[in-house]
Design a protein around this ligand. Sequence first.
Ligand code: F6R
Length: 242
Amino acid sequence: MNVLVFDTEEQLGIAAGYYMCGQVLQKPDSVLGLATGSSPIRAYKHMIELYRQGAVDFSRVTTFNLDEYCNLDVNDESSYHYFMKKNLFEHINIPDDNINFLNGNAEDLEQECREYEQRIRAAGGIDIQLLGIGSNGHIAFNEPAEAFQRWSHVVALKESTIKDNSRFFDSIDDVPTHAVTMGIGSIMQAKRILIIALTEHKAKAIKQLIDGNVTPQCPASILQFHKDVTLMLDRGAASLIS
Ligand code: F6R
């Protein structure tokens, strides 16, 4: 694993923005796997900046987001659709038709998940997957469990995740209890992976990701078996690694 530690979130965001845009410069029709949450916000900000400067063109890019809540309107300000629109999509030139999300309001969620996997395959697979990590080691909404869930699926959110994510809602009672998410297999098939982790809150999960046992109790630990993983950490997130 390529582990990069930055003094400030701003520096990390610039590096991550360049890293993602570098992929697009190398392959203009790249397929990007994208994440929501606080970790990637500055990376998106710098991708937007590079686009505004004319350094990168997203017109041939396709995106697949990792996950979305169930039973939440896509226009709700707490939805991942809304987050991506506000923090990236409305500022750059990815054609709407090239933007893919799991539909957490689909009538048949299992079928929706199967079709999402087919869409990823039809697009040629994900070239680079951007990830955050939960304090419990989750990636996307793959929560600690008895076994790794391979493909996209419906998930009941753990209490700790509901608590972590309640900061994006008016009250903890408004946080949906279920979500649809890419699976561990979907993520592991990405050609490259970039993980961003900020603050000491993530330090334990990062330590386990890097040198703990590979176990579904820390879903991110499986990334030890991926051949092209880059971690961008601030000092807090890196505080338990040597
Ligand atoms: C978001 C996602 C989640 C987050 C994780 C970290 O699409 O899949 O796994 O990456 O919960 O969230 P933040 O970045 O808010 O700490």
